[in-house]
Structures are given as C-alpha cells and as structure tokens.
Design a protein around this ligand. Structure first.
Ligand SMILES: [Mg+2]
Length: 298
C-alpha cells in the first residue's frame, strides 16, 4: 500500500509539471505571434526550465536578492520566451506582460534582460555566460555559501572557444557548486550541429576537461529528478548535464526541423500551433519521453 501511494504521488507530481510545461509552451507560441521568436530552441528547453524553477531552484519571487538563492543563467539567450513563460508560470511576473513581447514600452525582448524580475543576467551573445556563472560560483565559495549556479548552454554554443576556456577554469577552481546544462537539441540556427562542427561524444569532452558529467532525456521529469538530486556528481568538480532534447518539442510540425528555428506566426498560425500542441499532448503518454533515444543512466 505504501509503495502504491508513493507511485501515485510521483504520478501527480509529474502530471503537475507536465501541465505547467504545457502552459509555458502555449506562452512561447503566443510570443511567436508577437513579432516572432526562436520557437524551436525555446520549446526544446521548456521542460528543463519548468522543472528547475518548479522543483529544484531555491528561489522565489520574494527572494530575488537573497544571496543564498540559487542562480540560473540562460546562456542560450535566444530561448528566452521559455524563460519568460516559466517566470510567469511561477509568479515572478504577470503573465499578461508577455503580451508586450517586442513592445517599445517593455523589455520583454528577444534576449534576457535583467529588468525582468527573475532574470539574473543579460545574455544573447553566445559563449560568455558560463564565465559569468564561474564568477558567481567563486563568490559563493568565498562567502561559504551552499547555493548553486546553473547555466543553460546551447549545444551549438559549444563551438565558442570561450566555453572551453571557462570549463578549464571551473575545473581548476574546483567549483562543485557550478552546473552546466547543455540543451542538446542537435541544431544550431538552421544547421544540424554534427553537420557543422562535430560535438559528440559530448559527455566525454566535459569529463576530459575535469567535469563530472551525466546525461538525461531533457523531456523526462523522472530523469531530471534522478540527476539533479545527485548534485554535485563529484566533490571538487563542476557538474555538466547533457540533456538530450528535441527542437520544437511538443508541436509535431515544428519538431526536429532545421527550417523552424525562428517563427513569425500570424494569429491564425498561433491558434493552429496551440491546437496542434494540445492534440499531440492528448496522444502522448508518460512524462513527454524523448523519442530520439532512451537515456537510461538516470
Ligand atoms: Mg541547439
């Protein structure tokens, strides 16, 4: 009986996370109708951001300046509609404000802006923010804090040499309070990553740079529970999570397509995309398990 109750609790929890992620995806799609946005990259990390803000990060709208808070930095800044959608879902800002996307009278824009509650750092110019995370992580260590710094990187972003310079520094400073999450959706702009600059085997590369690394399905809340509750993976080492995701996840007509990285949708197209999102959701089972591959390490 106790085991059955525990399973039911997990099912309810994952169902709640899935519903939250669904509302975030709806917001992202609506923003694509307000002048366009990088829809595919936003949808690939929507589940990760939903999980982190809903189930892991020690931060809430009332503790934005608390030095003991966890930090999340979205280095792949073009996916900011997913971040704004999650911040609205979690009460950091009014959801109605998302309707101001690209308005001259607001800073809800194509890249993260610190003027928006919950955004820790400006980003968009790729390859820089892991170094920002290192600075925050060192400051936390110097103050004797126990909080963590999470940096979400795009896989295409890993072509920036500054990322690997930062990896060397993070390992040499033994920053086990630093976590890099790689949104491994297999694309950068309108090209598959492996057709431009080969990244695989990715986990082994981070390990060679002195990081402890794990790999998950970036759409499985169950696997997120497993891996993020195991942080840090090794004392004295920064942690990297390779999250295998699908670009455009949740909307079949957008999924895994090179030509759907930026979408400027009409009102009619927005309605169709949201309808497709719900239709696909009703046909799917589980916690939006990723179709690309079964990552069973977690
Ligand atoms: Mg990518």
């Amino acid at each position: 009986m106790e085991t059955e109750l525990r399973i039911e609790a997990y099912v309810d929890r994952y169902s709640d996370l899935k519903q939250r992620a669904m509302r975030v995806r709806e917001q992202v799609i609506r923003m694509s109708g307000k002048g366009g946005c990088f829809l595919g990259a936003s949808l690939s990390c929507a589940d990760l951001l939903t999980y982190l803000y809903s189930a892991l990060l020690r931060i809430d709208p009332e503790s934005l300046d608390d030095p003991a808070r966890d930090y999340l930095l979205l280095s792949k800044g073009h996916a900011v509609p997913a971040l704004y959608g999650v911040l609205a879902e979690c009460g950091f800002l009014q959801a109605s404000r998302l309707e101001n996307h690209l308005s001259l009278h607001d800073c809800i824009y194509w890249h993260p802006n610190r003027s928006v509650p919950g955004v820790e750092f400006h980003s968009g110019s790729l390859g820089h923010v892991l170094s920002v995370g290192i600075g925050i992580a060192i400051d936390i260590k110097l103050r004797g804090g126990r909080n963590k710094v999470f940096v979400i990187l795009g896989d295409g972003e890993l072509n920036e040499g500054s990322i690997w310079e930062a990896c060397l520094v993070a390992a040499s400073r033994k920053l086990d309070n630093l976590v890099a999450i790689i949104d491994r959706n297999g694309f950068q702009a309108n090209v598959r990553t492996e057709d431009l600059v080969t990244l695989d085997p990715l986990a082994e590369k981070f390990e060679a740079f002195g990081w402890a690394c794990g790999e998950i399905d970036g759409h499985s809340f169950r696997q997120m529970d497993g891996i993020f509750n195991a942080l840090p993976f090794a004392a004295g080492q920064p942690s990297a999570v390779v999250a295998n995701t699908v670009r455009g996840k949740g909307v079949p007509s957008l999924q895994d397509r090179a030509d759907r990285w930026f979408v400027d949708a009409t009102d009619e197209q927005v309605a169709l995309l949201i309808a497709e999102l719900h239709e696909f959701d009703e046909a799917s089972v589980g916690d939006m398990a990723c179709s690309r591959q079964d990552q069973s390490r977690w």
